[in-house]
Structures are given as structure tokens and as C-alpha cells.
Design a protein around this ligand. Sequence first.
Ligand code: 7PJ
Length: 277
Amino acid sequence: MSLMLFGDKSLDLSLPHVMGILNVTPDSFSDGGAFNSLDAALRQSEKMIQEGGSIIDVGGESTRPGASPVSTQQELDRVLPIVEAIKKRFDIVVSVDTSTPEVIRGSAALGAGLINDVRALERDGALQAAAETGLPICLMHMKGGPQTMQSQAEYVSVVDDVVSYLSSRVELCESVGISRSRLILDPGIGFGKTLSHNLSLLNHTEVFKSLGFEVLIGLSRKTMIGEALGLPVEERLYGTMGANASAYLKGARIFRVHDVKPHVEMLALMSRIEREG
Ligand code: 7PJ
């Protein structure tokens, strides 16, 4: 057992967990923003929970390459009602995909269990806000911002660079009283990385684990799958599952995906083979 407390629920991170993506942006690239109303968000959440998801990741800011920025008020208006509604109706861990201090505080007050920040708490005030929540935090590596990241895909050694960046963010977290045991690391697949960088990071997932952290991987339907297989976004499920299976074998335990059921079934078998075989 390796229990981590996510607000009012704990998860055993010796087992794999599926984090279902719930985009509440109007411009989400792979679901066309179809879950933008509260009702649709609740139906999608219910489906992902029934399919065996452990965490619902609510995001109100699109971070895909080239996406336009969202105001704090817009993000608050999109995210908080959804976090509140999900926590009222379902017994599930709600993660909030945000870099905004006001959204971090507001979501935590409404029962969110995980702060998932693609900017690793770099935004002004985010570190302090996250510290105050007492919640676990996922620190993700990104090179550049959503507007510029694909033109900044240069590294001395991508694995070493990402390790050294995340280690420096961990130290900063510790300096404001966030204990290491509350931190989850994510190499940030697709965020300012070429296909080759992404493949290296995935092949070295165990490096992050060996630093003593749980690892979260988000690669569902991403461009790297499309590039590797020559497939459009709606045909990337099998490639996504293969890459996630590989990351599982190298120690990742939280998988951020659009397609919950196939991942829950795949990971259930992989975990069972490892434990009972
Ligand atoms: C990730 C994320 C990821 C974490 C997004 C997309 C882009 N959070 N939020 N890791 N990706 N922790 O889903 O294509 O890889 S948004």
C-alpha cells in the first residue's frame, strides 16, 4: 500500500489510477468543447466514474499549442461550479488543471483533492496558494508557454533537463512548507517537446519514480501519438494505450486520459499480472 490523501479521499498509489479528462473550455481540441455546460459535465463525470476512473481532472484553460489565454474571472466561472457540482453528487477525487492562485484556492474550498499545474506553480502567487490548500500537487514540466512551446523544443539532454527543472520546483515547494510526500511529478508529454523528446521521457519514466515521487503521465490522443502512427486525433486510442502501458511498466501510476474504460481494463490486468503472476 502506498496511500496518498487527496482531500477527503485516499488512493493507493501502489495500484494504477485513471484520471478522466473533463475539459470545460470552449476550444478543447479533441472533444470540441462539447462538455461545456454543467449538465453535460456531470453526465461525462458520471460516465467516467462508472467506467472506473479514480480522479476527474477539470480544466478551464486550454493549454494546447497556440491556445489563447483565459482571464482569471473566466476560469473561475468555468471551473468552480463544476468542481462544486461534482463533489456534491459523486464520491470521487476532483483534480483541477490550473495555474491560477484564485482557482487553486476556490477549488480547494469546494472540495477539490488535487492541484494539477502544467506550469509547476510558476505563476505569481500559485506556490503560496497551493501550499495553503494542504492538497497534493502535480508538478508538470513545460518548456515555454502554450503560445511558444513548439518553437522552444531544444534541450541539452531532455531527460536530465526535465529532471533538473522538476527537482528545482520540488525544492521551492519544500521551502514554503509543501512536503515531498504531497508532490507528484509529470514530465509533460508534448509540452515543448519533439516526438523524439517525448519518446525519451517515456522510456525513462522510472527516473522520476526513483527520485521518490509518484508519476503522472498525460499523453492521451496527443500529437506525438499522431506523429508516431500517422493518425488523426480520433484514431489515437490504441497508440495512447500502448504508450501508457509502457509508462506503467516503468513506474507511472496515474494516467490522464479521455478514454477511461479501455485504460481501466488494461491497467487492471497489467497490475494483476504484476501482483499475482
Ligand atoms: C497534461 C495536463 C499533461 C498534466 C494537459 C492535452 C493538453 N496535465 N493537462 N499532464 N496535458 N498533469 O490534454 O492535450 O500531460 S492539457
